[in-house]
Design a protein around this ligand. Structure first.
Ligand SMILES: Nc1ncnc2c1ncn2[C@@H]1O[C@H](COP(=O)(O)OP(=O)(O)OP(=O)(O)O)[C@@H](O)[C@H]1O
Ligand SMILES: [Mg+2]
Length: 402
């Protein structure tokens, strides 16, 4: 099953391009679901039909679904969130943990992710196209599974029976609220589900496409988005330049825009070297309705197959070196000085700008020393070497390299 996510700055045409791509896939006979994680009911507007919170068929092979968070609001998540907030609130939370917790987004976004998993599990779809919310929400959403996983594994006691036995004592002694049983259960289930979602989204059949319009600010945001998506392990496999002014005519105003956009588009080709940059013209009318949307996608992808599986290595991999191993994480557009690294025994904390990822190191790496790091051609390379440390009596260590 192919999963395509469309994201980008607000208003650039994410819903339009996602809908067009889905319409084209369906026209080729693929069983296609177009899923919106956005609160606004823009898919209904794009197709000019009512769209429900269950998949609604709008054309042969094409169904559209608008995840309705209000409708699916679950008691368990309210409880989980309440608990997380109470933990965050109390003093003495380790800074990294506290920061991680703040990325926990609202219920709407989480439910949208879970719906993606549910639909994937039905086996009814060959293609799922996801129309994401604008940049910031999408990033919080995509960072969530791992952040929550880290939290569940590290910050919550492993043995629930022990928690139950100790709760009264610890609560009194330390003033630390321990999670109620129902919360633990809900957290564990949520965690398991989100791990599956993340496996789907960072797997070989999923990719993200960046939608932009040829304007400097929009492109700058798309570039940062590319870096951050990669930081979190998501694979970007193409860029859509939408609302490109067609050349022609004798109007100075239009000629001025065409020139300005040409300039920006040249920069786009350069910044996203190695990725296809698909273009769609600024239409004289809003592309609304099945025919117009499919037409836009035909123009956009031209001869390319929009469903082709992404090629090349994903953003994250580990390679062996003569004396150890190298952890490689694509961070396009960054230099070493923009990347902060910190290591605890089992985690590598990678910070780029205001985004941070806690990478749990595979066992083989966790036992080695971090001996150096650099950014080469937009790829962070962290070198690990040394004899495996004596297993148990190594004190937890924190190394900082920058
Ligand atoms: N190539 C195009 N030519 C003309 N109009 C377009 C084109 N692409 C999109 N539009 C129009 O621009 C408006 C915004 O598009 P759309 O809703 O797809 O953007 P979006 O990125 O999903 O916005 P939001 O961030 O609000 O979700 C819509 O009215 C849409 O019909
Ligand atoms: Mg939209």
């Amino acid at each position: 099953m192919r999963i395509l996510l469309f994201t980008g700055k607000g208003g650039v045409g994410k819903s339009t391009v996602a809908a067009g791509t889905a319409a084209r896939a369906a026209a080729e006979g693929h069983r296609t679901l177009l899923l919106s994680t956005d609160g606004a009911h823009s898919l209904a507007d794009a197709f000019g039909v009512a769209v429900g919170s269950e998949p609604t068929q709008v054309a042969p092979h094409l169904s559209v679904q608008q995840v309705d968070a209000q409708l699916r609001f679950q008691q368990s998540w309210v409880e989980v969130q309440g608990y997380l907030l109470s933990v965050l609130d109390r003093a003495g939370v380790d800074a990294v943990t506290a920061e991680e917790l703040t990325v926990v987004p609202g219920a709407e976004e989480v439910l949208a992710l879970l719906e993606l998993r549910t639909q994937a599990l039905t086996g009814e779809w060959d293609v799922v196209v996801v129309d994401c919310a604008p940049t910031a929400e999408t990033l919080r959403l995509l960072a969530l599974p791992e952040a929550l996983g880290w939290y569940v594994e590290r910050a919550l006691p492993a043995d629930r029976r022990l928690v139950r036995a100790l709760r009264p004592v610890l609560t009194r002694a330390a003033g630390v609220p321990l999670p109620a049983d129902s919360v633990l259960g809900a957290l564990e289930r949520l965690h398991a589900d989100l791990v599956e979602v993340q496996a789907l989204l960072s797997g070989p059949e999923a990719s993200v496409r960046l939608v932009l319009t040829p304007e400097q600010v929009v492109v700058a945001e798309a570039r940062r988005l590319h870096t951050t998506l990669s930081l979190f392990g998501y694979r970007v496999d193409g860029v859509v330049a939408n609302r490109v002014f067609p050349a022609g005519g004798s109007d100075d105003w239009r000629a001025g825009w065409v020139l300005a956009q040409d300039d920006v588009l040249a920069g786009v080709e350069e910044s996203f070297a190695g990725l296809p940059v698909w273009r769609a013209a600024y239409r004289a009318q809003e592309p609304v309705g099945l025919e117009a949307l499919r037409g836009l996608a035909e123009e956009l992808y031209a001869g390319d197959d929009p469903l082709a599986a992404p090629t090349g290595p994903g953003p994250f991999r580990i390679t062996r070196s003569s004396d150890g191993a190298v952890l490689r994480l694509a961070l396009p557009g960054t230099t070493r000085s923009e990347v902060d690294l910190a290591r605890t025994a089992d985690d590598l904390v990678v910070t780029v700008g205001s985004y941070r990822r806690l990478l749990t190191l595979p066992t083989a790496l966790a036992r080695l020393d971090l001996v150096g790091a650099g950014v080469v051609d937009g790829e962070l390379q962290v070198r690990f070497a040394g004899a495996p440390a004596a297993a148990v009596d190594v004190p937890p260590r924190r190394e900082r390299t920058s």
